[in-house]
Design a protein around this ligand. Structure first.
Ligand SMILES: Nc1ncnc2c1ncn2[C@@H]1O[C@H](COP(=O)(O)OP(=O)(O)OP(=O)(O)O)[C@@H](O)[C@H]1O
Ligand SMILES: [Mg+2]
Length: 324
């Protein structure tokens, strides 16, 4: 069963007088209830843009986003407003995402005021206290202000705010990147516990492959607004097929200093999203890139029944249907 599905989604931006930035270039993937799918890729590879497209916080240029079987691109404003209770987001910078002049209780309550207008004030209060309890803050944080609490507690407020509407799907856009290591582990554990309790689906965005390896069931590796490899996290880590994934994994330091990895790094600079190369976007930097790679764009295709790769050199899986 699929909860969230992106189908061949495109998004570009144009700043006044500037060139067009091709941020997302034909992305498809799905997330099941209770599943964590990670998006990993360098800065500017389009991760946050995809997050916003998945929630339809941005209009799509092309493609479709389905949530719970409904095409989000065709819903009316009112229908979308109701559905927003089911799909929420936690941002990277907890302090910046909180209103400094607003008490925490009010901040957590806000999504209910907007998306669940039938609730009474007493019901909203109950839901806020429940959410604060679930993130291990408790009711005595209700009257406090963001500057009075720690970074980890601020991120717990961000999670309580995402949780208060009882969603099925939460986008976590680098939720622990700004936190200290010890706090990071606690927040990841909290997110895992909440996922178990509420069967939450997560889209987990990160550029830290160790975090991704730890938290995700499946992983999508992004390069210049495209997914170049997708599959179960353990399978992709054990047997990466796309040269970009191989470079990404080999460039990271092992958590165990005794492990010596063969380092494989890409040459050259990442091309600009305003001027995408023809063919495979990686071909100019890839050690096995050749004329065939420059000539044709290769879509994601099945490598095993569950693992797909967008590289012309990687064999097509004999029995599997090509992944979309
Ligand atoms: N609102 C916008 N207006 C113009 N360009 C944008 C906008 N949002 C994103 N971009 C551009 O789109 C591309 C993808 O950006 P995005 O923020 O999705 O990347 P990201 O993978 O989340 O990066 P990071 O790891 O730094 O958060 C970048 O080139 C970025 O400059
Ligand atoms: Mg981002």
């Amino acid at each position: 069963m699929t909860l969230v599905r992106l189908d061949n989604v495109y998004k570009s931006f144009q700043r006044a007088g500037g060139p067009v930035v091709n941020a997302v270039n034909g992305v498809s993937f799905e997330i099941s209830p209770g599943e964590t799918v990670a998006l990993i890729g360098e800065s500017g590879s389009g991760k946050s843009t995809i997050a916003r497209l998945a929630l339809r916080l941005y209009e799509l240029d092309a493609g479709t986003v389905y949530f719970d079987g409904r095409d989000l691109t065709t819903l009316s404003r009112d229908e979308l407003r109701h559905l927003r209770a089911d799909m929420t987001i936690v941002f990277q910078e907890p302090y910046e995402s909180l209103n400094p002049r607003q008490r925490i209780g009010r901040t957590v309550e806000e999504p209910l005021v907007i998306h669940e207008q039938k609730l009474t004030a007493a019901e909203r209060h109950g839901r806020v206290v429940d959410a604060l309890n679930h993130v291990a803050l408790g009711e005595n944080f209700y009257e406090r202000y963001p500057h009075e609490i720690s970074g980890g507690q601020q991120q717990r407020v961000g999670i309580a705010r995402a949780l208060v509407t009882r969603p099925k799907f939460i986008v976590l856009d680098e939720p622990t990147s700004s936190l200290d290591l010890s706090v990071r582990a606690q927040i990841l554990q909290l997110l895992a516990d909440l996922q178990d309790e509420f069967n939450l689906a997560y889209l987990f965005i990160s550029h830290d492959i160790h975090t991704v390896e730890y938290v995700s069931d499946r992983i999508c590796v992004m390069y210049l607004g495209q997914i170049v490899e997708v599959g179960p996290t353990a399978e992709v880590f054990a047997n990466p097929q796309h040269p970009y994934t191989q470079a990404l994994l080999s460039s990271s330091l092992s958590a165990d200093p005794r492990v010596k990895k063969e380092r494989f790094l890409l040459g050259g600079e990442i091309p600009s999203a305003t001027n995408l190369p023809p063919g495979c976007f990686l071909h100019g930097r890839c050690p096995s890139g050749d004329d065939a790679c420059a000539a044709a764009h290769v879509p994601l295709h099945a490598y095993t029944a569950t693992h797909a790769v967008a590289c012309i050199k990687v064999p097509w899986h004999a029995d599997a249907e090509p992944a979309s």
